[in-house]
Design a protein around this ligand. Sequence first.
Ligand SMILES: NC(=O)C1=CN([C@@H]2O[C@H](COP(=O)(O)OP(=O)(O)OC[C@H]3O[C@@H](n4cnc5c(N)ncnc54)[C@H](O)[C@@H]3O)[C@@H](O)[C@H]2O)C=CC1
Ligand SMILES: O=C(CO)COP(=O)(O)O
Length: 583
Amino acid sequence: MRVLGVGHPRVLDTWRRAQAVCFDVDCTVCKDDSLDALAGFLGKSEEVEAWTTKAMDGSTSLLKSLEERMRILDPSPSDVRAYLETAPARERLCEGVEELVGALHERGVAVYLISGGFREMAIPVARALGVESKNVYANRMLFTSDDETGLPTKFAGFDRSEPTCRQGGKPQVIRELRKIHPYETVVMVGDGITDLEAASEADGADCFIGFAGVVLRPEVQKGADLVVFDFGTLTRELKRHKVCFLGSGAWACAAAKLASENTSRLDTFETTIEMWVYEETYEGRPLTEAINETHVNPKYLPGVSLGGNVHAEPDLETAVKGSDLVVFCVPHEFALGLCNKLEGLLDKDAAVISLTKGMRIRPEGPQLISEMLRKKLGRDCSVLMGANIASEIGQGQLSEATIGYARADNGKIFRDLFQTPSFIVTLVPDVEGAEMAGTLKNIVAVGAGFSDGLGYGSNTKAAIIRQGLSEIKELSTRMFPSVRPETFLESCGVADLVASCYGGRNRKVAETFAKERGERTMEELADDLLGGQRLQGALTAEEVYSVLEVKGWVADFPLFSTVHGIIVGQLPVESITSFMGSG
Ligand SMILES: NC(=O)C1=CN([C@@H]2O[C@H](COP(=O)(O)OP(=O)(O)OC[C@H]3O[C@@H](n4cnc5c(N)ncnc54)[C@H](O)[C@@H]3O)[C@@H](O)[C@H]2O)C=CC1
Ligand SMILES: O=C(CO)COP(=O)(O)O
């Protein structure tokens, strides 16, 4: 398979899947061309470099250039030895190549050096990189030897049977390698026209990455699938993201189950997920101990296996250490406290995603959880919202979700982390719209629960949902004029509203509240009915009402205001339908 298109994401995908990577040596792995450097050492630079350039830009054949350069150089064995002593291989390496080769070896990728230069110069380079000499393909110098001592004395040409001495040599080496090893994907990295050839012939490399950190050759740039100017770019692409979950409630566990399926399956992630757990005692022992032993959170999501690769950790610092993808999922009343504890702990490259539905109320005005995380932690923060009742997702039922992102690259990484065949994720460039919808629907779900508790039917609930959607959209737009109207048609909008008004904890607790006509508070009922899980809607109704009051908007949001009035006992439960006909 040849991947086309400069910088195409498929090239990087091929790169990540490579089972063997073949590097050119001169001006790729090394900052210089070894024969030019030897020429400099022997004072013959000008003549030799002219022939090097001709070969690299394709204006003469490789064989002819090599013959001419060696004729001019005419090196004795002691010349070669003396040169190698003055130019230790490690000092000739391009920046970042050792780290790259190390990262490839760590992934179990075979690394080869295929050079149009000579083994005498390439072997020390391979040694410096930890590449075995059997993985070096290069030309071989021939020397006449002293009749008496048998020691090499004088240069006598080179071994023309080595494929690398002529055009088409590099693809030939790769073809032979593929006959011996069943590599599915082979990538060639180099700076010259002979490297480019490696990927242009059948059974050669699957993809050619041009390295322009030393020289940028227009012909090579034109033909390359991708051109990079430093090796760090390629090393970063190999990096496996390390995931940490902050929170271990019902949704955190269901979402961790989705993520654990993906981190076990995809090369882009480290398999193990750290999950920070707010430690408590469950049936006489630490909850983390129970989770790590059974892979199930028996208190918050019983009966659902998170996957053996999720490790529960009570210490926050240990849990986040080294993670570059941080999933924030605690009930919103704990968000600020946790965020404060996180300051200074996150990896400098970490990206955060919040699954928390709720907001923070401060004297200077409300703040979304994503904004709080972004500001306090100084990291990009996406949100994942949607019609996602945890227990259903835990059972593997089909669901959709929405990721609102500020940085598209992070949005995509998080989609890869969560999306499964039964959990379909859509990306929207609208963090505020998605998060406001996810937060405010909890108030509407409480209203729907009141309606159910009063014994009202589907038409009444549909009216509550309609009014709820309208108020969600209006308040979101007033608070964040940049929100996109179409966001409310995604899973985070209308779908979450419907799911939460028919299922979910807010509806359930509110139903009992209405049946009992407010005999027990919502908080007391939540404690009785939810087994430690937290109710978000009542607190959010109070928080939103405080915003409406400050802004003088109470009359514009009759459903939100009425739900709050009922919760605090200022209004009878029956007033839940008072918005109807008021428009
Ligand atoms: N459960 C669900 O179906 C869904 C929940 N969400 C949202 O996810 C967020 C998290 O909810 P769940 O995972 O369902 O949690 P939960 O309500 O099931 O569990 C409560 C969690 O709070 C933790 N906790 C208790 N005291 C704490 C403290 N002082 N500091 C930090 N954590 C503490 C408990 O350990 C437990 O993990 C909420 O904002 C919720 O609205 C979103 C979609 C679905
Ligand atoms: O957010 C949810 C579903 O998307 C869960 O809602 P509840 O908190 O009402 O269970």
